[in-house]
Design a protein around this ligand. Sequence first.
Ligand code: CAA
Length: 261
Amino acid sequence: STENSSYETILTSTNGRVATITLSRPKALNALNLQLTAELLEAVEAFDADPEIGAIVITGSEKAFAAGADIKEMATHSFADVYAADLFGAWDRLAAVRTPVISAVAGHALGGGCELAMIADIIIAADNAKFGQPEIKLGVIPGMGGSQRLTRAIGKSKAMEMVLTGRVMGADEAERSGLVARVVPVASLQSEAAELAATIAGMSKPIAMIAKESVNRSYESSLSEGLLYERRMNHACFATEDQKEGMAAFVEKRQATFTHR
Ligand code: CAA
């Protein structure tokens, strides 16, 4: 495992083909200020560009994944300020990452913290995780996708309830509702996330990227367009060495060894 300490608000490390980014503003419960946002996006884009990285984990502390956008930083902003800066627009860069991204969430995932978790491809939650969109209590609405991604994840009625009241949802309800893939004891969150990431990183990288892109296509297209896209991408898999290796390994009753090319 190698670590990089050039950042002040996040920690980064790699272990084999898995990269981990740990949000680290403990005194502010990992609130997403401009510096953290810039560092996280720079780190995630660097890992995305690295062919040796097959999956990225984003996590926080046991107490907080992230308690939201930094309220103190934006409290006095005007409409003109936030509009000119396109506040929160930079998060589109995380959504554009093509390597699979896992959010490993313990503790508070509120406002921008819940939205950050949802930008990832998979959320794995500790049993103490708490998800919510409390913006309405601050006199604003979500700004990093909460009204859109939460609605797609858990449906209109629950999303409306959460966005209109700021009610926090615990880990079990989040799993029941389809927001998270899995709930694990908080003590094993990091090892479970690392194992999930290693499993994905052990697959063919181009095929995993195609799979991610195809699932995401379901958000942006009609069923018939999405099915056609999926079928054509399935056909494209046959152009890779990894398809030859994966199918040969099955026929020969052995483990596949992917080249990730
Ligand atoms: N922004 C800035 N600072 C924050 C913060 C945030 N979102 N969340 C917590 N902090 C700070 C607190 O101000 C406090 O700092 P001080 O010690 O200097 O007072 C420190 O972190 C610890 O927080 P608490 O003392 O409040 O800790 P707690 O355990 O009593 O409560 C909590 C935890 C319930 C998460 C509470 O901190 C809280 O409600 N935080 C705000 C949650 C929120 O409203 N998030 C939405 C932000 S808006 C947004 O995200 C917009 C968007 O859509 C992108």
